[in-house]
Design a protein around this ligand. Sequence first.
Ligand code: ADP
Ligand code: MG
Length: 149
Amino acid sequence: MITKNQKETKELAGELASRLTGLKPHSAWRKKKALILALSGELGAGKTTFIQGFSKALGIREKILSPTFVLIHKHRIANGQFKNSYHIDAYRLRSEKDLLKLGIKEIFDNPENIVLIEWADRVKKGIPKNATWIHFDHLDKNRRKIRIK
Ligand code: ADP
Ligand code: MG
């Protein structure tokens, strides 16, 4: 998809959130684990903006900030099968070992969690196979190419 402004990126994210959270917990692709979105793309490509739209669709009303300094933000959600949303920024992580130190394994293993990871390509080996990868390309000032695998 190509979005022409940040509002379109948020709308696309909201649509994906509705579709993914509408899937039954026993769907083969989830295998009773967390729902994971792995986001990649350069600085300013729209990863945080996408997560803002995604989170809003989940019913999170708190402001979604970039967790670059905190590494991980947890938000409570009441979206049927899901109870927590974790927003992680892997920009400052050197490898998947750093990701493990955040206690990520337990988070990935809990089917009540949604995990949104910015700069996921930096810790690629640590991202479970059932993750949905989303790549952001910065085309020009306001256009972004968003590929959802
Ligand atoms: P990242 O998290 O990938 O570093 P951000 O979402 O923080 O990126 O920043 C994207 C910036 O680009 C924001 O300032 C946003 O307003 C702007 N922007 C312009 N056009 C778009 C678009 N189509 N989609 C998303 N963001 C856009
Ligand atoms: Mg960001």
